[in-house]
Design a protein around this ligand. Structure first.
Ligand code: AMP
Ligand code: ZN
Ligand code: FE
Ligand code: FE
Length: 281
């Protein structure tokens, strides 16, 4: 069995483990292949790959793009060309937007009497700043007892310190990934904030743009939804992927490798992804 975890965040975006620590954790958990899929950022891949070579863990370079606005449509890209100028320019814009958004969220928090200061590391280098960092700062201040509470009461959609992100068209993001030889996969469909019929309406557009897979085995995709997603993937001849979406121990996601026991055809699906990556190049 090819034990893999194809959705992992590091400190390059909103995770708490460095890329090396992620690889060591994968090793500890008996995972043989991982994909680093930081939000809007590729800078964690290199360190993970080096550590992977040293420890015998295969590392795929990936990325997770947030599209839509409030809708939270996420697209994973596998085997991205880390040097690609167009992709890097797009990601840089997204990271700038993330910083501006974080500043606005902080202003709103201060306005409602919950001021925070983000750690300097959040504003440095190529870090892709995300709301989990804001939630962690709120915990530090004692405003909330956990990340979930911060999202539910303050920074989630519809909450007093919510700030919408800039809208990126999902089909455009898929096209961009295809144009650089990456494999685009629709992440955790159950988390898309759109009614079912709206998703079904948009889906053909994403297929036309070049969508190649659906992430089915994810901690936020309930087992009851998997069957439907697997049939959709089979019907449209799409890849099936899965992963923990690991960010930090004990948050609402899972630990590295935790989706493996739930993913029946893991080896077959992973081999199909690897074949798709080879032919996408
Ligand atoms: P942002 O990218 O700034 O919009 O933040 C959204 C990210 O926060 C998502 O991609 C998730 O990874 C993470 N997230 C959302 N809700 C939660 C939660 N309740 N607990 C932990 N992480 C969350
Ligand atoms: Zn995240
Ligand atoms: Fe996501
Ligand atoms: Fe993610």
């Amino acid at each position: 069995m090819l034990k893999c975890d194809l959705h992992i965040h590091t400190t390059a975006s909103d995770g708490v483990f460095t890329p090396s620590k992620v690889v060591l954790r994968a090793k500890e958990k008996g995972v043989q292949m991982i994909a680093i899929t930081d939000h809007d950022c590729l800078s964690g891949i290199r360190e993970a790959r080096i550590c992977g070579e040293e420890t015998g863990i295969r590392v795929l370079g990936g990325v997770e793009l947030s599209t839509g606005g409030k809708e939270e449509i996420h697209v994973l890209g596998y085997s991205v060309n880390e040097e690609d100028a167009r992709l890097n320019a797009f990601l840089q814009e997204m990271r700038n937007d993330r910083r501006e958004r974080a500043e606005k969220i902080c202003q709103k928090l201060a306005f409602i009497g919950k001021p925070i200061t983000l750690p300097a590391s959040c504003m440095q280098g190529e870090k892709a700043l995300g709301r989990p960092e804001i939630a962690r700062a709120m915990m530090e201040m004692g405003y909330v007892t956990g990340i979930q509470e911060a999202f539910d009461r303050y920074i989630g959609v519809g909450c007093p310190a919510y700030v919408e992100r800039r809208e990126v068209d999902t089909a455009d993001a898929i096209c961009l990934l295809r144009s650089i030889g990456a494999v685009p996969v629709l992440a955790h469909p159950s988390l898309i904030r759109l009614p079912d019929h709206k998703i079904k309406e948009a889906f053909p557009k994403w297929l036309d743009a070049g969508l190649m897979g659906i992430e089915v085995f994810h901690p936020c995709v309930p087992a009851s939804h998997r069957k439907e997603l697997l049939s959709a993937a089979a019907y449209h001849r799409l890849l099936v992927t899965g992963g923990s979406d690991f960010h930090a121990p004990g948050d609402k996601h899972a630990d590295i490798g935790d989706m493996i026991p739930h993913w029946e055809k893991i080896s077959e699906d992973a081999e199909r992804l690897l074949a798709a990556i080879r032919s996408a190049k």
